[in-house]
Design a protein around this ligand. Structure first.
Ligand code: HBI
Ligand code: FE
Length: 276
């Protein structure tokens, strides 16, 4: 994705890191975490991939309440050298990528309200911590996320972020992986969603297409509804290997092509299951 590692060192003026404020969480917020955690714990075994479930266990993320980021960071750092930093919400793209390029994952410190139980636009602590952090205990996926951060800084310079954001969307957020027991979930947007954890594997509506880097970066996505297409990797090695080339040529190629809608199926697609 990027030709140099210099991008990881030029720090932005503001890193947007805040204190988590763990002592300020009230009992209702911890209770909401417990409810969200228990609801997902009932449906993810047999649906989420082993890397996610092993990560959850290794980090000791449990139902008792909103975890302390520092405790989790120490465990995560011993696994893959990643740490988590508390932020108060979405941070500018360049800051987000700079943190990823330095093996720091920004985790939102606030939790959704009970009214937002099933859907909220911005990531909260449940989406970020429960959804994203367990995957960072997997060494290959952890390498992919750092490569993504470096690639994001470069994509910003090439005005190509909208292409790379699709790769993030269809892998990190909504990715599926093939296993000997069938398709499993690794995408954070899915594992943190009660409805989509079932829909993505069992509903006949969405298309499921084999991973294809350029195809993904050409495909638009919806942020406010269940996905119309899921892309399926064979392994995390396949995902990480795809980031090795310099993406400049890909971006130039994509600029000559029309965007694809999420419902599109191409002749060249490896179709795993089509909408019925
Ligand atoms: N900031 N805190 C936070 N979390 C995100 O997931 C995030 C962000 N800023 C930018 C961003 N994501 C996206 O624009 C990139 O994934 C493309
Ligand atoms: Fe996310």
């Amino acid at each position: 994705m990027d030709g140099s590692t210099l991008t990881a060192t030029t720090a932005p003026t503001n890193d947007f890191v805040v204190d988590q404020g763990w002592n300020a969480y009230n009992p209702q917020e911890h209770a909401l975490w417990r409810h969200l955690f228990e609801r997902q714990s009932e449906i993810l075994p047999g649906r989420a991939c082993d890397a996610f479930l092993d990560g959850l266990r290794r980090l000791g993320v449990a139902a008792d309440g909103i975890p302390d980021f520092k405790r989790l960071s120490d465990i995560l750092e011993s696994a893959t050298g990643w740490r988590i930093v508390a932020v108060s919400g979405l941070v500018p793209d360049d800051v987000f990528f700079w943190h990823l390029a330095n093996r720091r994952f920004p985790v939102t410190s606030w939790i959704r309200t009970p009214q937002q139980m099933d859907y909220l636009q911005e990531p909260d602590v449940f989406h970020d911590l429960f959804g994203h952090v367990p995957m960072l205990t997997n060494p290959v996926f952890a390498n992919y996320m750092q490569a993504y951060g470096r690639g994001g800084l470069k994509a910003l310079r090439l005005d190509a972020l909208h292409y790379l954001a699709r790769l993030y969307w269809y892998t990190v957020e909504f990715g599926l992986i093939k296993t000997g027991d069938g398709l499993r979930i690794y995408g954070s947007g899915i594992v943190s969603s009660h409805t989509e954890s079932v829909y993505c594997l069992e509903d006949p509506a969405p298309n499921r297409v084999g991973f294809d880097l350029l195809r993904i970066m050409q495909t638009d996505y919806r942020i406010d509804d269940l996905q119309d297409v899921y892309f399926v990797i064979d392994s995390f090695d396949q995902l990480f290997d795809a980031t090795r080339p310099d993406f400049t040529a890909y971006y130039n190629d994509l600029r000559l092509r029309d965007d694809l809608t999420p419902q599109t199926i191409l002749e060249t697609d490896t179709l795993i299951s089509a909408r019925t």
